[in-house]
Design a protein around this ligand. Sequence first.
Ligand SMILES: [Zn+2]
Length: 307
Amino acid sequence: MHTLSLPRVFSLLFAFCVAATFFGQDLIARQAPIDRKMKTVDSVSINRVMKRAEVTNYENTELYTSWNTSKVHCYANATLPESYRIDLRGFAMPTPSRVVTSKFGYRPAFRRMHKGLDIKVYTGDTIVAAFDGKVRIVDYEAAGYGYYVVIRHKNGLETIYGHLSKQLVKSGDMVKAGEVIGLGGNTGRSYGSHLHFETRLLGVAINPALLFDFANQDVTGDYFVFHANEDYSGSSPRLVAKTDQGSEHTIGGAVAMQQSKHYKVSRGETLYSIAEKTGLTVATLCDLNGISASEKLKPGQILNLRH
Ligand SMILES: [Zn+2]
């Protein structure tokens, strides 16, 4: 009787397995392109439907009637609503950084308004959209914003992200809150990598600190009520954030201080704490007062806040 030797059994088994694998793969190979093709068709048509829904969902036709893809400030002739409730729910913090390096308000050293917040980020850090919206501008400004992105949001705000090293969206793109729009950088008029972040309503710059609390990575309330007759320029002594819950909290106290020419040092204050309070940088304070950053301040000492 002919018997199979053990090695022969193995080799037969092996051959069977190889054949089965080939056969199986052939089946998969023949089916795969069809599956893939169907998936492509599906996703394209679904995407198209979704995009269309997003266009109507993401746009604010209440406040905005024009669509300008080159000029940041194009609302000179727009009529401001007497008051407008901005829905801050569904926000995303543009960066996880909690460090505000320069506040909103008048900069005596430069004799000009700083219409945003500077937040410390490093070149290459991801920057995300603050709310759902439609990208209006993706451009470069050598003497200002550097590489920047402007997004118009359904809640009425427009947000500006400046000094980016890379822009990752195009004008007309629909973006979701939290979607990456670019990378942090040091382009344009910038000294040290940071994100310059602006929040505007029909071109009126609102101190972003009234809406976003970077230190706590949160918004200041569910809603912010914009009033046309209120001064958001930072020159008023108090900027009061009104939330829908009726609570009020002052954020801009330090802005008023910037208006004065001198600053009297109190006990325990440092150049860093004064820089934080006045919205100036330590370097500017040093420059204005002819001192070094390591200088120990004495209570009662008078510092210059302007030239
Ligand atoms: Zn800035």
